[in-house]
Design a protein around this ligand. Structure first.
Ligand SMILES: [Zn+2]
Length: 153
């Protein structure tokens, strides 16, 4: 992805809107033929806090299956491919929750946007296992690698 800064900004804006709406936000990231990624929000059809009743912040998401199918077909129609899924964590860190393994697809990166945390955006890959350590962190696609500079005398 060449446009990580723009994608990060869009995901943070969607995550903040979702906090105001008392929900998690979710969707997919599409890799366009140009090399840029686009953010596709998909409606969260899960009732707020169904996974954590009584929680102070909204928890859980389930992508609308019809909207998800439409988004995937629209990507395919213009030559884009599914690059990752994303969702937000309104009041916690960008670490996968125990419920996240039910939403992850093996081999598809899983971006979590947590506007109240640092770092606010992290990427994970699910191993396909159900163990507690079934997610491994992966670099954000297109993230600049730190460059070591040599001090000049
Ligand atoms: Zn989650």
């Amino acid at each position: 992805m060449r446009n990580l800064t723009a994608v990060r900004g869009q995901l943070l804006a969607l995550a903040r809107e979702a906090v105001a709406a008392q929900r998690e936000a979710c969707g997919l990231l599409a890799a366009e033929p140009s090399g840029d990624w686009t953010v596709w929000p998909v409606p969260n059809v899960l009732a707020p806090n169904v996974l954590a009743p009584g929680a102070a912040t909204p928890a859980g998401f389930a992508m609308d299956p019809v909207a998800l199918q439409q988004a995937l077909r629209a990507c395919e129609a213009r030559g884009a491919r599914l690059a990752a899924f994303w969702h937000s964590h309104p009041g916690s860190s960008a670490l996968p929750s125990s419920a996240d393994r039910y939403a992850a697809w093996k081999g598809v990166p899983f971006y979590i946007c947590a506007p109240c945390a640092q770092p606010a955006l992290r990427a994970w890959v699910w191993s396909g296992e159900s163990s507690s350590d079934c997610f491994r962190e992966t670099p954000l696609e297109g993230e600049d690698t730190p460059t070591l500079t040599t001090p000049r005398a």
